[in-house]
Design a protein around this ligand. Sequence first.
Ligand code: HMG
Ligand code: MG
Length: 314
Amino acid sequence: MEAIHITDVAPRDGLQNQPVHLGANDKLRLVQLLAAAGVRSVEATSFVSPKAVPQMADAAELLPLVHAALPALRCSVLVPNLKGLERAHAAGAAEIAVVLSATETMNQRNINMGLEQATEVSERTLAAAQALGLRTRAYVAVAFDCPFEGETPLAEVLRLAQRMQAAGAGEIVIADTIGSASPGMVKERMRVLAEAIAPERLAIHLHDTRGMAVANAWAALEAGIRRFDASVGGIGGCPFAPGAAGNLATEDLVLMAERSGFATGISLDGLLEAIDFAQERLQRPLGGRAIAWLRRQREKTNSSNNTSPETATT
Ligand code: HMG
Ligand code: MG
């Protein structure tokens, strides 16, 4: 089976917008459950302004805990500027992600910079991170539609993705911030982008606002994309993008990919453990499209394991 690579962004994208704020030990537990399920790559937190996103204020406390507990886990952190990089480096980060939106207004709302400034700051942050020996990712957000400016021109997404490639970003993550993309759009855009950027450096980050995220992931697979962001339980959303709902759920992506002949290395039972934990801590039901079916499967397996051989034959 051909492998796909999944970065679980629940600890960052998932938790950044939750009304219930988890403490560092609960966040660490969530990452540990993801790793136990076979997830090899996570986005652990973000080094952003604690005034803008109080849910991520404990980034410098959390990251060393994660590194100490799970030294083999690939662990990226989001940084919006050089100050974020400085804080992330001091906390021991090995990989950072910058966030550039493809429209003027989205950059203003998200990181308080215009498009040109955001591009230059992202370039400078990528260069400084590489000089420190860190791995890098670069998000191109609102790559399909912007909540303020409507459909984003593909030429603009391509131009910015190429700027991030030229700046040396190890991975360029094309993001459907408000979950408005459709499979046809994803296939077309990812095909065009994959002609300009090596597919092994291209990833896709999907939100599930309109229930299309799994179909969009399939369209991306068909366009040759093998690197995906997803969030366990489907939690997530950018606080500064009106209408942004949960992410593509990791369990939906794993189920779809494995049933379609792609290996993920991730256990669905393990993901259910992480979802159970997160929903208990966040005090609300979580889970993607397949959650009810996954829970029924687990109950069936548990009840057949609990059935004695005598009972089973009667
Ligand atoms: P600003 O107010 O313009 O910053 O915010 P500033 O440079 O003018 O500095 C103001 C204060 O913030 C100063 O402190 C700085 O030191 C401090 P003061 O002197 O007032 O005490 N500051 C920082 N503190 C901590 N960490 C930093 C940092 N930088 C400056 N890195 C800023 C600009 C970018 C900081 C702010 O707008 C911000 O933090 N925004 C948060 C953005 C965010 O987290 N958005 C959500 C993540 S992106 C997303 O979800 C999309 C994604 O999932 C992909 C997709 O789905 O599309 C990735
Ligand atoms: Mg996102």
